[in-house]
Design a protein around this ligand. Sequence first.
Ligand SMILES: [Zn+2]
Length: 624
Amino acid sequence: MIYRAKLSVRIVDLILFLFLGLLNVIQTQVAWSYELSGSSAIKIVYPKPGSVIDAPSSFIVGQVIPGTNLTCNGESVRVNKPGYFAHVVPLHYGANQFHLYSADNNINLDWTIARKTPPKPISPHELKIEDLKPNVDLGIKPGDIIYFSAHATPYALVSVQLGSHCLTLSSTKKTPPTTSVAYGKVVQRLEQNGADLYKGSYRVVEGDHFLSVHPEYKLVSRNGSLTIKCKATISTVERLSVARTIKAPTVVRLGPGLARTTPLADGVKVAIDGWLGDNMRCLYSPNLHVWIKKQDLILDSERELSRETSGASENNSDDTVPHAVAQTINIIDDSYGEKVCLPLDERLPYQIEQKLNPNCLIMRVYGVSADTDWITCEPKANGAKSVIDHVSCRQVEDNLYEVTVYLSDKRQWGYQVNYNGTTLCLDIKHPPKLFPDSMLSGIKICIDPGHGGSEIGATGCSGIPESQINFDIASKVKLYLEASGATVIMTRIAQNQNVSLDERVKIATDNGVDFLISIHNNALPDGRDPWKEHGTSSYWYHPQSIELASCLKESVKSASGFLDLGARYQNLALARATAMPSVLLEIGFMINPDEFAALIDSQSQSKIAEAIADGIRQYLYTKQ
Ligand SMILES: [Zn+2]
C-alpha cells in the first residue's frame, strides 16, 4: 500500500474517457484530478502532486488511452496495451518538476513532488544541544545499561550528570545509510554528518539510588557552554512489583516496540522490575524479560488501593512474586481438539513454541516449579486416533517449567491457549475430516478480503483501490469453495465495510474454521521499480501455516502466470491467528501495469479464485 486516499472509478467516467480519447480532444493544460473528466486523457494516480517523498526515487503510476505515446520530461514512458503505466523518476532534494506529454492528442500535464531534505547538521559555529536521549522515563536496576545520546555543536565536550556520576560522551560517526526492505515496508536512513552526534552509556551499580532524576547535559565548546536537563526521569527500582494483565489478548513483546511473543490471557500475574516510558518490563524467568504496555496492566498496589478506598477491609497483600507448583497434567477431549490442562494456583505467564520436526508444541510456564507425578489421558471412544502422541515435562531452570506435547500426525491444524480459572489449557485442534472424493464437504474456511471501507489499501494504475479488487476476488473464491462443498465465512460482506484486523481474526476463531486466508494485492514503497519487482507471494507466521502458504502461492502463481516471490515469514495480524493454519496471500502488484490489468479482468480473477480453491484442496489431499 502506498498512500491512502478516497478514489472511485465510475463506469460513466471510463466511457467518457474512451469517448473523448477517440475524439482526440486537444488539451493544453490539465489540472490534477482523481477522476477522469472531459479535459483529461492522462490520469495519474500516484504520487499526489505536492507529495513529500523520503526516497531517492519515486514512480509515476497512471492510465492513458490505449496506444498513447507518452513522455515524461522528454523520456519515453512504457505504457502497456490497456493503457496503464508506471514510470520510475529519480528525485533530487527539494522540489522536482515533471512534465508529461501525449503527442497523440497534444495533452500536457505538469506537477511537482518534493524529496525530503535531510536535517542540517549542527554547525561548529552554533552553540546547540538537542535530541536528548533518554527521552522517556526509565525505571532501572543494578546491571541495567542506560544509553545517552544528543546532537550538539561538533568538536565540543559533551557530558551528562546523573546523580553524583559525570559521564563524558564521545562524538560518533553515524552508521552509513542503509535500506532494508520487505514488500510494502521500507526502512531508509538518510545520509548525515556524524560529527554532531554524541553517545555514551552508564551501567547501573548496586548502591545507585535515583528517584525521578533528570540527567543534565553539559556542552563546553569554543563558543561557550550550555547546560540542559533531560525531560525524562531515571529511577532505580528498589523492589519488584506485581501486576495483572487486564486485556485478552495482552500483547507481549521482547523489547519495547520490538518482536512479539505469545500474547497473554487476562488476569495473568507478572513481576515488574523496570519500565521505559509506558512499556513495563516483566521478569518471566532469571534469563528472560518481556515488555507489556502499562495500560494493559494493573499493579497489585493499585488494586489494593482501590480496594481500600472502596471500603473493602481485607488486605491480603498479593505483592509477592507470582509462583506455583505444577503437579498434574490432564488431557481432555473437547469439540475443538485435545486439551492439555495444567492446574496452577494462580494465572502465570506462558509462551508457546510450535515445532514441526518433530511435530510438537512446547508450552513454557514461568514462575512454576515442577512436582509433576501424574499425566492423565482420557481413553478415546471407539479406539479413535488421538491428536496427541505423548506429553513430557521438565524444569528447565528456576521458575521455568516446560511441557512438550508430541503430536501423532506430521501436520498441525491449529491450537488455542487460555486459562480456565487458574488451569492453563493448551487446546490442540483435531484434523478436519476428509472424504475420498477430494472435495471440501465439512471443511470450514474463512476468507478475508483485505482492507475495506475507509481502509482502501494500495491504489491500482486506474485508481481502483486494492480493497475493491480483494473483495471481488474473495467473492469469487467463496463461490468456488462452496461449489466444492466447503462452508465459507467472510470477514466482510461489503466493499464499504470497515473491519479491524483483530475482529477479522476473531471472526475466524469464533467460527471454528479450518483455514483462514486473507486476500491482498501488493504495492512497493518509493525508491523501487514496479516493472522489476512484482509477482505472487504468500505469508505465514506460525510453522503450521508454511505448507499451506506454499500450496496457495504455487497454485495462484501458475494460474496467473505472475512471477514467484515465494512463501515468506512475516509478522502480519492475519497470519498470527493460531486456531487454524492462516495465510496472507498477495496475489499480484497493483502498481505493476501488466499484473494490474490481469487483476481487474473478470476472467483472470475467476482463474485466480479457482486456483486459491484448488490450492486448499491440494493441501488437504496431499499425502503426508
Ligand atoms: Zn493489502
